[in-house]
Design a protein around this ligand. Structure first.
Ligand SMILES: [Zn+2]
Length: 1104
């Protein structure tokens, strides 16, 4: 027997409240008792999905329900990895077998199709009718005609929503979407309803074995838990939402706020009304509450719907394509249902996938784009990493992105949208502006671990002085749920109070997809303008930024990079991906230059030229896709890196193919093959290099490279070629051994290397100062290999923490106890000196290294081959110099950035692991040292020490991250100090870009195709214009932070040369100098995009 609850009521007090007359109906009656918690929890339980559902309001939501009548299954054959080749029609013709809900499907990443047949009972006429699909895998609902209708998301909670789900009291505890409205008013038709449902065997966040970022559990199976239809009571749904929002206000405002009490009493009163059967009174009470408005000056929260979909992360690219369709089809429905809603959507690549695989859905999106409801933002191909891609890669992200948006939707994006990327290059403001974008949005800086960024709204000034307006939504998220506490936090957390009156509020489930939900939109209707909660207004990004622009005179300025004080391990994780990116960036640059030369010379047919251009465009798209903010940083599952590897290989193969096709056309007589060897240089200055060539008996062999090959020192002019036979005879490089050290010396430097491979002394030729030694004060060494413990707080592949620097162990010293193969001489001049040594890092990992000095290079090269099988270890190379430099300089996109070498402030201290590209430098006014590399991005500069990060070994989300063999190189370059940056930069380009040998027929000794006369500027790209006119775009940037004049020479007399913007639209003509070229002035790191309109015979004749 149940115990009886005996309540003693004060009989004179109680009836006064209970018996209020109907005249009072519109007023809220406060709860009888003043106990905050009991009343508040009463409200909570009354809408709970897992407590008292048999008697509460939630239990009344679906009054009638039944299982679907028939359910059939067919699984996509295993072994066929892709769903992409199966058409809907094809699928419906397969042999579907009857099944019952409750079965589990697998394996991970497989695809299963279900056919659902349902007859709606007659007595459901005029009711709202819903289909419920609850599966552990993400799913898409298709109409019988093959139209994608809506995505179903499992979220984290399962079981039947109709019969009683295992949920918390909140309306929307997770990312689940399990309902589809079959009809808002059932006609009574007895026709059998047929649907198809495509289920993917993966969850919203992949299938982490034990925790979200764990590597996927290959043994995962995915249950189909329930497939039901039901009626839904409209009024109950309204009341549930009303009470939910009132409860939200009660809890969010807290017991000190009178408005919280009003919300509490309203909801309590509503419950009493419902219990007494007076639903309309309950409804009215809520309506009255929600009409009490804010004051005139209340802060406005600009609600922007969005769905952040990672282009790959804990799932592969192929799943992302389906995620887009699931999320966007659901969004399209909501946009149709809620006319006030606006939805911002980024990443041209994702639009392009949907266009290809879901054309009907794409059509609907196009209509909504036209109506300015579905709003493309970002302007880039993908939401890329903000640090690792080269300047040219950033240009292509915007170029391909913006051109796609313009082509498909007739307009460019107006906002740079990168909410989830791990740090932002100082070069972004300039790049944005050249693509017509002057607004920027992110929220990721709120993740910084050490310092709170001082603004949510500011003018962001980049490397060249370009400024754009930046906004960080103060809710610190792109995944808000339209909750009162989020709106209140948006205002309370705002760093620029009193300066702005509007803040963006990005709502909608994200990362794994999902987007806004009906419940969010229902809540937003109640919170539009209600006293106690900031005013919430649906707004497009553009309308929001317009408001911000009106207030930008109030804003502060932030100069330089936006450094995220977290995720610094991403400069190193997945080393092969970063290396392939670097290789592809250089290869595509070179191929484009050669194709442009061919175009200017007019020797190739236009169709052929344009087809090569298309191939390069495709190759670039692959590289750009892999620059997504979870791929190139190294934070995706292993499967993603298989895809990335394949895409890089395809891109590189295309690039090389086009290069091969171009080569014959570079020279006068492509048909005549005489076999003259020429050396091609794609850098815009004369470059010298010692190359290895086949021994053919023609040349006097000075140094054999073994296996029938020999070394030859060559020079080729800037973007041009020379004959190999005009090779150089430079002063020789030598090696000697004394005092237990190898002394390597060429015309530029003298280096001393000990038997463990450490550089103990480095002196410029003709100088006496030593990079590593100061008499009496400092004895340092370079090329110290150091192994650190690398255990982050949580985000394994993402983070390396400050404390890892306390655990370093130098490997190549006697005291380390490591087994070392001491240095031996492999080549001893006169063109190349090579030492070789090796080391067992641990029982399972080892390194062999060749230290090389050529007769023509001002740097000492270290070529490494590493077998790496570590766990949570970090390998770096350390250069402990004698230099006193308060800042270190790091190569970045179209320029360089300086960062402190000390820890004076918490901001300096947080930069213990930073991103840099091809070089980093420590300099005094008269002596400096740069370290160059061919594929690395992580650096530490502290005091006189510079470290380059080589390999990490995180275990999540890819258990095999960076395991296996690696090859990479770095180089040590002494120089004359701060003023020698041009040379450092040039050498870094040369270190990444070899001269190319080619056999052809030529009539003269050398030729210059494109060149710059004047110093400090760099030709980053020479490419065919995107408009397919055959015109050539030359991208030049000033690299030193100076004002300079340069003269651009082109291979033949151009028709016209003009400056253009990033979109390659002409801005103004440049004056042409008689006979050869033009003058151009480049200011502090300002890029100049010059469009060279060519008079190419072949193009003109074909109606260019
Ligand atoms: Zn993301």
């Amino acid at each position: 027997m149940r115990p009886r609850l005996v309540v003693n009521l004060n009989s004179s007090y109680y009836p006064v409240f209970r018996l209020r007359k109907s005249t009072m109906e519109k007023d809220v009656t406060a709860s009888q008792h003043k106990h905050w918690r009991t009343t508040q929890e009463r409200v909570e339980k009354y809408i709970s999905d897992n407590l008292f559902k048999d008697v509460n309001l939630r239990g009344k939501l679906y009054p009638k329900a039944k299982e679907v009548d028939r359910l059939f299954h067919w699984g996509l054959p295993l072994g066929e990895k892709t769903w992409e080749k199966w058409t809907f029609k094809n699928i419906t013709m397969q042999d579907f077998k009857p099944i019952k809900a409750g079965m589990a499907y697998g394996p991970l990443w497989s695809t299963h199709w279900f056919k659902v047949e349902v007859n709606i009972p007659e007595d459901w006429v005029q009711q709202e009718v819903w289909l419920h699909w609850v599966s552990q895998g993400e799913a898409m609902l298709w109409s019988a005609k093959g139209e994608p209708l809506q995505g179903f998301s499992p979220g984290g909670v399962h079981l039947s929503p109709v019969k009683g789900a295992n949920r918390t009291g909140a309306m929307e505890p997770d990312q689940s979407r399990t309902d589809y409205m079959l009809s808002s008013c059932w006609s009574g038709s007895q026709e059998t309803q047929v649907f198809y449902i495509e289920m993917a065997c993966c969850g919203m966040f992949g299938a982490g074995a034990d925790g979200m970022i764990s590597p996927p559990d290959e043994g995962s199976v995915f249950q189909l838990e329930a497939v039901e239809v039901s009626t839904r009571d409209k009024l109950v749904y309204k009341l549930l939402t009303d009470i939910d929002v009132l409860h939200d206000m009660t809890v969010s405002l807290g017991s000190n706020d009178p408005r919280a009490h009003q919300a509490l009493y309203t909801s309590n009163h509503m419950i009493n009304s419902i219990i007494s059967g007076n639903y309309s009174q309950a409804s009215q009470l809520a309506d009255t509450f929600f009409t009490k408005r804010n004051g005139d000056l209340a802060h406005t929260v600009a609600m922007i719907g969005n769905c952040h979909i990672d282009s790959a992360w804990l799932w592969p690219y192929s799943e992302t394509k389906r995620k887009c369709a699931r999320s966007w089809s659901s969004t399209v429905q909501l946009l149709e249902e809620y006319p006030e809603m606006k939805f911002a959507c980024s990443q041209a690549q994702q639009f392009s996938w949907v266009k290809l695989h879901y054309p009907e859905l794409f059509d609907k999106i196009c209509h909504l784009v036209k109506a300015k409801r579905f709003i493309p933002v970002g302007g880039t191909w993908v939401e890329m990493d903000g640090l690792i891609p080269s300047g040219e890669s950033f240009m292509r992200q915007f170029l391909y992105g913006q051109l796609f948006f313009k082509r498909e939707f007739g307009a460019l994006c107006e906002e740079f949208w990168l909410p989830d990327t791990f740090g932002y290059s100082a070069q972004f403001p300039q790049i944005c502006k050249s693509f017509g974008i002057s607004r920027f949005l992110t929220q990721k800086m709120s993740w910084s671990l050490f310092n709170k960024f001082p603004h949510h709204n500011f003018l962001w000034e980049g490397l060249d002085g370009s400024t754009i307006l930046a906004h960080f939504p103060p809710g610190d998220s792109y995944e808000l749920r339209v909750r009162v506490k989020e709106a209140i936090r948006t205002v309370n957390n705002l760093q620029d109070k009193g300066r702005v009156s509007t803040s963006a509020f990005l709502y909608g489930h994200g990362d794994g997809g999902g987007g806004p939900t009906r419940n969010m939109l229902e809540r937003s209707r109640r919170l539009r303008d209600v006293d106690g909660c900031p005013r919430m207004e649906h707004m497009s990004p553009s309308a929001f930024f317009e408001r911000l622009e009106a207030e930008q005179h109030n804003l502060c300025r932030w100069v330089g990079e936006l450094y995220l004080e977290l995720h610094n391990g991403t400069y190193t994780s997945q080393a092969r991906t970063k290396k392939q990116n670097r290789i592809c960036e250089f290869s595509l640059r070179n191929t484009e230059i050669l194709l442009a030369v061919v175009a200017v010379k007019g020797r190739m047919k236009k169709e052929e030229l344009l087809s090569h251009q298309d191939n390069l465009h495709d190759a670039w798209e692959k590289v750009l896709l892999n620059q997504f903010h979870d791929v190139i940083p190294g934070t995706s599952i292993g499967l993603v890196y298989c895809d990335a590897d394949r895409l890089y290989k395809e891109a590189l193969a295309s690039s090389e193919e086009v290069q091969r096709a171009c080569c014959p056309f570079l020279f006068k007589d492509p048909e005549k093959k005489v076999g003259e060897m020429v050396v091609i240089n794609t850098l815009p200055w004369p470059m010298r290099q010692v190359m290895v060539v086949k021994e053919e008996g023609k040349h006097e062999v000075k140094q054999s490279a073994g296996e029938g090959q020999y070394y030859v020192a060559v020079e080729a002019p800037g973007i041009g070629w020379s004959k190999l036979s005009t090779s150089l005879s430079p002063p020789q490089v030598t090696v000697s051994f004394s005092n237990n050290r190898y002394i390597l010396e060429n015309q530029y430097m003298k280096a001393q290397v000990n038997t463990f491979g450490q550089v103990e002394s480095l002196i410029l030729a003709g100088d006496s100062q030593d990079v590593f030694r100061r008499e009496g004060t400092h004895v340092g060494q370079g090329n110290q290999l150091v192994l650190f413990d690398d255990v982050p707080l949580y985000w394994d592949a993402w983070d390396t923490m400050d404390y890892h620097l306390e655990t370093g162990k130098v490997l190549n010293i006697k005291e380390s106890g490591c087994e070392v193969n001491e240095v031996e001489v492999v080549q001893s001049g006169p063109l190349v000196v090579k030492l070789r040594w090796g080391l067992k890092i641990t029982e399972v990992s080892s390194i062999t290294q060749e230290i090389e000095l050529s007769a023509v290079s001002p740097y000492l090269v270290f070529r490494c081959k590493v077998d790496w099988l570590e766990s949570h270890k970090f390998l770096k190379v350390l250069f402990n110099t004698a230099l006193l430099a308060r800042t270190a300089t790091f190569d970045s996109q179209f320029g360089f950035v300086e960062r402190a070498t000390h820890c004076n402030t918490s901001w300096d201290s947080a930069k213990f692991e930073v991103c840099g590209h091809k070089w980093a430098d420590l300099s005094e006014p008269n002596l400096g040292m740069a370290v160059l590399n061919d594929c690395k991005y992580g650096w530490t500069a502290r005091g006189s020490t510079l470290m380059l990060s080589l390999l990490r070994s995180p275990k999540a989300p890819d258990a095999k991250c960076d395991m296996g063999q690696h090859t990479f190189s770095y180089a040590l370059m002494p120089h004359k100090g701060c003023r020698d940056k041009t040379r450092v930069q040039r050498c870094a380009y040369e270190f990444n870009n070899n001269l190319t040998l080619l056999s052809t027929s030529v009539s003269h000794d050398s030729e210059v195709w494109f060149s710059l006369v004047g110093s400090g500027a760099m030709i980053e790209a020479v490419k065919l214009a995107e408009d397919k006119s055959g015109d050539v775009v030359v991208r030049v940037y000033e690299s030193l932070g100076a004002t300079t004049s340069v003269r651009l020479k082109v291979p033949s007399q151009p028709q016209r040369v003009c400056l253009c913007n990033g979109l390659e639209e002409p801005l103004s003509d440049l004056s042409l100098e008689v006979g050869e070229g033009l003058m151009s002035t480049a200011k502090f790191v300002v890029m100049r995009h010059c469009k060279v309109l060519c008079e190419c015979p072949s193009l003109c004749s074909q109606g260019k």
